[in-house]
Ligand binder design. Structure first.
Ligand SMILES: [Zn+2]
Length: 68
């Protein structure tokens, strides 16, 4: 129980950012990851393409981000 409490405390204090890399134009943008939901779509600020998760991934951060 104590370990779970510690983990939750840690997660609430750490801002989760991820660097997304556009597969089309190579534009790199650091975005804040929503902690309560998955983000399915992301508008590239470089070329305007709408990124979607690759097959088997739950969100765009899984497919294009550098967060583990
Ligand atoms: Zn792009």
């Amino acid at each position: 129980m104590f370990a779970i409490f510690e983990w939750n405390t840690l997660m609430s204090q750490v801002e989760t950012h991820s660097t997304l890399t556009c597969p089309d134009c190579g534009h790199v943008e650091t975005e804040t990851m929503p902690t309560d939901a998955c983000q399915y779509f992301y508008d590239c600020k470089g070329c305007g393409v709408v990124l979607k998760p690759l097959t088997g991934d739950c969100c765009v951060f899984c497919s294009y981000g550098d967060f583990p």
